[in-house]
Write a protein that binds this ligand. Structure first.
Ligand SMILES: *Cc1c(COP(=O)(O)O)cnc(C)c1O
Length: 339
């Protein structure tokens, strides 16, 4: 029985083609800036996002951390979503390693942060307060695609308030294909963007941080300090390059499958799904709390893995095909009709 792993889009296996380009990658010592494949990946990422330069790093967590360390100094503050990865799921790295104070705010239902609420939380220039320096948004946020006009307004807001603007764009490629716009059209609103290559794009390892040349030079120093300098990293960069160049547009397939999955599961009366929130490759399901663990265990026996805390979460990706969708819907149905 073939396993259907819907826990995350991080579980993808590198394709045969990806393994082949990794094996054949031209490499050098990247600490000397001599790895041709890393350099190419960084340039391609910069070009796609309309930025000057890129920096290849091990993970999205390191990429966000390096961005925060580069934007802020000790005693500065950044404004961020209460449920944002950067704040909640990265071990408090900005505070622990950067002495950067987070100011979390609740996300709105559409994954945005309310600009009036941000305005009210910006600290005056007064010795009592941390210096509010940076605003950090996330796109996609819980599978939701941030509206383009909101991002334009957030950029103007940041300029008006002399804040830097960083995007945790772990899944910003999903946002771009969902809105059918070039990546640049989203990234233009941000000073810096962090993009995961190892989520839906399907590379085994890595993220890229993009920004101005000057910013990336600064980020390069912080990467070294964080222990992120790598040597013949072109073997990994080759996978990231293939992911960006050849596994980007296919994210639309993941979105279509996620939506079909949501439509199918919505027919089951014990489950509740807000279809308007299914905008990319994630489906969140409300289901009675006491049913969640038995359901997860039942599905596992059928070779289906799902995730979630509080709400169930199903994520489509490269290794989920069309045939998986009805099989998953039937398995859910089987749980609620079992005797
Ligand atoms: C996965 C993720 C990250 C971090 O990436 P890792 O490579 O797992 O460290 C950051 N932000 C968001 C929104 C993510 O989903």
């Amino acid at each position: 029985m073939e396993l259907i792993d819907l826990r995350s889009d991080t579980v993808t296996q590198p394709t045969e083609q990806m393994r082949a380009v990794m094996a054949a990658a031209e490499v050098g010592d990247d600490v000397y800036g001599e790895d041709a494949t890393v350099n190419r990946l960084q340039q391609v990422a910069a070009d796609l996002t309309g930025k000057d330069a890129g920096l290849f790093v091990q993970s999205g967590t390191m990429s966000n951390l390096i961005a925060l360390l580069s934007h802020c100094r000790r005693g500065d503050e950044y404004i961020v979503g209460q449920q944002a990865h950067t704040y909640k799921y990265e071990g408090g790295g900005a505070a622990v390693l950067g002495s950067i104070q987070p100011q979390p705010l609740d996300f709105c239902a559409d994954g945005t942060l309310d600009l009036d609420q941000i305005q009210a939380t910006i600290k005056p220039d007064d010795s009592h307060f941390a210096r509010t320096r940076l605003l950090c948004l996330e796109n996609t946020q819980g599978g939701k695609v941030l509206p383009l006009d909101y991002q334009a307004r957030a950029a103007q807001f940041a300029r008006d308030n002399k804040l830097n603007l960083h995007l945790d764009g772990a899944r910003v490629c999903n946002a771009a294909v969902a809105q059918r716009v070039p990546l640049e059209q989203i990234c233009r609103h941000y000073a810096t963007v962090s993009i995961c290559l190892s989520k839906g794009l399907g590379a085994p390892v890595g993220s890229v941080l993009v920004g101005t040349r000057q910013f990336i030079d600064e980020a390069h120093r912080w990467r070294k300090m964080c222990g992120g300098g790598m040597r013949q990293a072109g073997i990994l960069a080759a996978a990231g390059l293939l992911a960006l160049e050849q596994q980007f547009e296919r994210l639309t397939e993941d979105h279509a499958r996620a939506y079909r999955l949501a439509e199918g599961l919505q027919q089951i009366k014990e489950l509740s799904i807000d279809l308007s929130q299914v905008q990319s490759n994630m489906v969140f399901i409300d289901c009675p709390l006491e049913q969640q663990q038995p359901l997860t265990d039942f599905l596992q026996q059928q070779g289906i893995l799902i995730g979630g805390y509080g709400q169930l979460r199903l994520v489509t990706h490269l290794d989920i095909d069309d045939a998986a969708i009805p099989r998953v819907v039937e398995a859910f149905r089987g749980f609620f009709t079992r005797r």
